[in-house]
Design a protein around this ligand. Structure first.
Ligand SMILES: [Ca+2]
Length: 123
């Protein structure tokens, strides 16, 4: 009986894993290794993707950002978090910080405020 319970539990866990994979596949479209930012919520509007830092977001993205995805790759000593700053040149404070794999479809506090970003080892 114990063994059967364990098998059932394993089956339920793997069913849940399949569901999670299916839903994350429909989320933000952003290449592996990149930080992506969109002008609209829900990963819509104009998109800019970055593999490195950008300390001077262009006018069509500066203070227009409304959704974000960090698809950076983690590894020992790799700066895999993304810090977004209110001002250009990483000034004015952090409006949002994304852990690796984190996708934010909207954030009222950070909306339309970012003007630069940098990869960091933490938030
Ligand atoms: Ca916007």
């Amino acid at each position: 009986m114990k063994r059967l319970t364990a098998l059932l539990a394993a089956a339920l866990i793997s069913a849940g894993a399949v569901t999670a994979t299916a839903s994350s596949a429909s989320a933000a479209e952003c290449r592996r290794g990149y930080f992506c930012v969109w002008t609209h919520a829900n990963f819509d509007g104009m998109k800019i993707d970055h593999s490195g830092d950008d300390r001077w977001w262009e006018g069509n993205m500066s203070n227009q950002d409304s959704s974000w995805a960090n698809h950076g790759v983690s590894g020992p000593g790799v700066p895999d978090h993304v810090k977004i700053y209110d001002g250009r040149e990483l000034t004015g404070g952090v409006t949002l910080c994304l852990a690796p794999g984190q996708e934010v479809s909207y954030n009222g506090r950070a909306n339309d405020r970012g003007s630069s970003h940098t990869w960091a080892k933490g938030c």
